[in-house]
Design a protein around this ligand. Structure first.
Ligand SMILES: [Zn+2]
Length: 264
């Protein structure tokens, strides 16, 4: 297997946050793939054999398709996280489709291998448990948001979430993509975007939406984006920060390990 450079691994903030011991455990089992927009990591109902870590600006969305062909996004995952086998022990069927929304590199490893490594490292297990909690928080908040908040605010929530994931105000999204993510008709979405543009919050270009006023967009969005972001910050420390490295993941669940660590 080709060995990966530190910069490849640090393209994903969850991997970047691993302590040195865990990084040494995980790194030999990672492989790098580059995906195009529209490719799928897995289909709903298929076995999830790999856990994938989107790197740099790569973005994956978990999409539910209904029998009538309509789709809606359930979670958007970028360099802050991982896709597939995060909660389950691997090799279980996927409940959603995982679609590459923004092309780029992904590091992946066998889900069963990660499960095995988590048995050997409390801190590694702890990091993934914390990330699973954050991913669940994101999905739960989206459920409430979709039920209670108007489409204009949901649209801003999605754009702000994407802005966090790729670290840029210029978002490579088309009307078609945004409409399918939000589960609305394209013509209706165009009206929403026009209204946000008139308010000076965004600029709609060809294949691109730019957030012109991030603070204003945050104020005009519902509280859901801020709530999820705060949850990530509390639970995963500095994963969203510039430094990327989590300072304090523990206290460890295994008191014996704490003692051994102290003694070493
Ligand atoms: Zn909301």
């Amino acid at each position: 297997m080709t060995s990966l450079s530190e910069s490849h691994i640090e393209g994903n903030l969850l991997l970047k946050a691993l302590n040195d011991d865990d990084r040494a455990l995980v790194a030999p089992h990672l492989e790098r793939e580059v995906y195009k927009k529209g490719e799928t990591l897995f289909e709903a109902g298929s076995d999830v054999s790999y856990i994938s870590f989107p790197c740099e600006q790569t973005v994956v969305t978990l999409v539910i398709a209904m029998r009538d062909g309509r789709t809606a996004e359930t979670a958007t995952i970028g360099r802050e996280g991982a896709v597939g086998g995060v909660v389950s022990d691997g090799r279980l069927p996927a409940s959603t489709q995982a679609l590459i929304q923004i092309a780029g590199p992904v590091l992946r490893m066998e889900a069963l291998k990660l499960q095995d490594l988590q048995q050997r490292s409390v801190s590694l297990r702890n990091l993934f448990t914390r990330y699973a909690d954050c991913l669940l928080a994101q999905v739960l908040q989206a459920g409430a948001c979709n039920a209670l908040h108007p489409i204009e605010q949901r649209c801003l929530r999605w754009l702000l979430t994407l802005q966090d994931r790729i670290g840029s105000d210029a978002l490579p999204v088309t009307h078609e993509l945004l409409a399918s993510m939000l589960g609305v008709q394209r013509t209706y979405l165009t009206r929403i975007l026009r209204s946000l543009q008139v308010q000076g919050l965004i600029k709609v270009g060809r294949g691109r939406i730019t957030i012109l006023d991030p603070a204003g967009a945050e104020r005009s969005a519902c509280e859901c984006h801020g709530s999820v972001k705060r949850h990530f910050e509390v639970v995963l420390g500095a994963v969203y920060g510039e430094a990327g490295r989590i300072v304090e993941i523990d206290p460890p669940a295994d008191p014996g390990q704490a003692r051994r660590r102290k003694a070493s």
